[in-house]
Design a protein around this ligand. Structure first.
Ligand code: PEP
Ligand code: MN
Length: 347
């Protein structure tokens, strides 16, 4: 249920309404929009509370949210969520580019790729230390040492870092080393992991399960939000369809659909979304045109010898840099801001 207040209401009255709601045993979440304030109510609330609130001063409307997710919904929180990390905004008009290898391999590898991501204008370094591989005999990541390598490279080159966390036990150590925690497609409904991520404040990039509907995706986000962590971004990374030419089918419509259903930032992953290097650039641009708040892109200095099979979808450094130059031109047409550094990139 949400309470829409009249636009003349002051902060004190909002606080009184919150106290009233909490006295009835429900949770109140205040969301200040452009004109008016919305109070979202979570808990077992009956129609009596709705009727009481409707009579109260400063209340314009009381609306029941019929969707199964509440805190992730646009009704509950009309304004876009903007996640701010060390001066980088995600969810505003700022376009965020996250780039890096599928997996952290060695300190030299991640250091060199971080340098190239920064030189091209990326703001976030990506790289998995723990890899969720489909087969048990495939390379599983270098583990905790990889977290340290990434953190060092991020610090040295002035980049935020994002890495995947696969189990609740590793959430704390991953959060100590990385600025953003990624939940992979295979773990979108790992509810213990989602619950654990709700207990911290580190931003989470939640990838869409490859067979998940929007509703299931937003309910997965709801687990993290309901646990108390408001810093969630959604990532469209392709879904499984009958088509086998591409690794997945990047669902571009998901970007505007999720932005209409939810206030959370939406990031697109054209690398896993296509599985083919030559499709990353057009799908990255299409994602920005569709309104994505950011991109997460695999880039490798030696993709043919990358330790995961994702070399085939990894851009070469010069392709990554050229793409970002084009994004700088495209962004303003799409209502976004993106700047590349003006010195040449040494690949
Ligand atoms: C990745 O980002 O390297 C990854 C494994 O992604 P996904 O979970 O989307 O497959
Ligand atoms: Mn990958």
């Amino acid at each position: 249920m949400i309470v829409i207040t009249s636009n003349t209401i002051g902060d004190n009255r909002v606080q009184e309404l919150v106290q009233f709601i909490e006295k009835q045993g429900a949770e109140a979440h205040v969301s200040r929009g452009e004109g008016r304030t919305v109070i979202g109510i979570i808990g077992q609330v009956g129609s009596k509370l709705a009727d009481q609130l409707r009579q109260m001063k400063g209340v314009e409307q009381v609306v029941k949210i019929s969707k199964s997710y509440k805190m992730a919904s646009r009704e509950f929180h009309p304004a876009d969520t903007i996640i701010r990390i060390k001066g980088v905004e995600i969810g505003s008009e700022n376009l965020v580019v996250m780039g890096g290898p599928c997996a952290v391999e060695t300190p030299e590898q991640i250091d060199e790729i971080a340098r190239l991501v920064k030189a091209a204008g990326g703001q976030v370094l990506r790289g998995g230390a723990f890899k969720p591989r489909t087969g048990p005999y495939s390379f599983q990541g270098v583990g905790v040492e990889g977290l340290e390598m990434m953190a060092e490279a991020g610090r040295k080159h002035g980049l935020l870092t994002i890495t995947e966390v696969m189990t609740p036990e590793y959430v704390d150590i991953c959060a100590e080393h990385a600025d953003i925690l990624q939940v992979g497609t295979r773990n979108m409904q790992n509810f213990d992991l989602l619950r654990k991520l709700g207990t911290i404040q580190t931003p989470v990039l939640l990838k869409r399960g490859f067979s998940a509907t929007y509703d299931e995706f937003l309910n997965a986000a709801e687990y993290i939000l309901a646990g108390g962590n408001p810093n969630v971004m959604l990532c469209e990374r392709g879904i499984r369809t009958f088509e086998t030419y591409t690794r997945n089918t990047l669902d571009l419509a998901a970007i505007p659909v999720l932005q209409s259903l939810s206030h959370l930032p939406v990031i697109s992953d054209p690398s896993h979304g296509t599985g083919r290097r030559e499709l990353v650039e057009p799908m990255a641009k299409a994602s920005v045109a569709a309104g994505a708040n950011g991109l997460i892109i695999e880039m490798h200095t030696d993709p043919d010898n990358s330790m995961t099979g994702d070399g085939v979808q990894s851009l070469f450094p010069d392709q990554f840099a050229n793409l970002l130059v084009d994004l700088e031109k495209l962004a303003p047409i799409c209502g976004k801001k993106f700047d590349t550094p003006k010195q040449p990139v040494m690949a």
